[in-house]
Design a protein around this ligand. Structure first.
Ligand code: C2E
Ligand code: MG
Ligand code: MG
Ligand code: MG
Length: 286
């Protein structure tokens, strides 16, 4: 009886495996279609200076509205695209589109607006990645100083030497590098001393309920102190309410993003947000 039960469990396990494989293969097919038919868009989330509350930049986040699957979250399709390699063409599109938009803002806004974009591990390991970024910058005419590439600790920790080489090449082009989701994954503090990064993003898991959880507060405080000690700008992710904002401001965190300041939105809406905040700012002065 036990044996039969075990056999069933094995079959069940096998069936689940097959189902997820089938799902990934279907997703791959839809992703190829999405690349060809341009089903992706970028939305932009405000990043604000915590002392002045002024928006200084935005993070570009990909959205996929699939004809076959409807809206699919990046949390669901980016890992699949990483696995099957499609993140390379998708990521190239993200770089080109973010450069194009950043150049439009560079020419139309009265204040500089930086654009951060996410780079995944596999992209960074492409030997021609820096060259691709360079080409996109030149084709768009954007000032590279307005661009920031967000990479995660886990994407560099196993390839520190080659990552260092690639990041130094990117720095020479003139873009900034930021460490995303800091404190999660396979963190290694040596990443901070060995790589040419200018800012650290505290993962939103440390910010959520920071007002109730003493441990999170202490960790955020430690990251901010340590980061400032080595001359990095600190960005808090996932600032959702006024309490989060007040605590982080009090802790002297430099900048932040989160629903409290604004959700990721299409370019036109972002411009409206920016102009409203600029108007308020000017009214405050006057
Ligand atoms: P991430 O880079 O850490 O981006 C922050 C995520 O937190 C975004 O989710 C954003 O919408 C969400 N978020 C922002 N503020 C708040 C808040 O106050 N509360 C909560 N609960 N969430 C907030 P999104 O857009 O679903 O993206 C998820 C992840 O997918 C990103 O995490 C990033 O790792 C990846 N991703 C998104 N766009 C791209 C892309 O263009 N390329 C690559 N390689 N990865 C991307
Ligand atoms: Mg990010
Ligand atoms: Mg993040
Ligand atoms: Mg994250």
């Amino acid at each position: 009886y036990a044996k039969k039960n075990g056999g069933d469990q094995y079959r069940l396990h096998n069936k689940e495996l097959n189902e997820s494989l089938v799902q990934e293969m279907q997703m791959e097919r839809h992703l190829r279609y999405a690349i060809k038919e341009q089903e992706f868009t970028l939305v932009y989330q405000p990043q604000v200076n915590l002392q002045t509350r002024q928006m200084y930049g935005v993070e570009a986040l990909i959205r996929w509205n699939s004809a076959a699957l409807g809206a699919v979250s990046p949390e669901d399709f980016i890992p699949v695209a990483e696995k099957n390699g499609l993140i390379v063409p998708i990521g190239e599109w993200v770089v080109q589109e973010a450069c194009r938009q950043a150049k439009l803002w560079q020419d139309s806004l009265p204040v500089p607006l930086t654009v951060s974009l996410n780079v995944s591990a596999k992209q960074l390991r492409q030997p021609n990645f820096a060259e691709m970024v360079m080409t996109a910058i030149q084709a768009s005419g954007v000032n590279p100083k307005l661009l920031c590439l967000e990479i995660t600790e886990s994407s560099v920790v196993n390839h520190l030497e080659s990552a260092k080489y690639m990041l130094e090449e990117l720095i020479r082009i003139g873009v900034d590098i930021s460490i995303d989701d800091f404190g999660t994954g396979y963190s290694s503090l040596s990443v901070l001393t060995q790589l040419p990064i200018s800012s650290i993003k505290i993962d939103r898991s440390f910010i959520s309920s920071i007002e109730h959880q003493h441990d999170k507060l202490e960790i955020a405080k430690a990251i901010i102190t340590m980061g400032h000690g080595i001359h990095k700008r600190i960005v808090a992710e996932g600032v959702e309410n006024v309490k989060h904002y007040q605590i982080l401001k009090e802790l002297r965190c430099d900048t932040a993003q989160g629903y409290f300041f604004g959700k990721p939105v299409p370019p036109r809406e972002l411009e409206n947000l920016l102009f409203t905040s600029l108007r308020n700012y000017v009214e405050c002065l006057g």
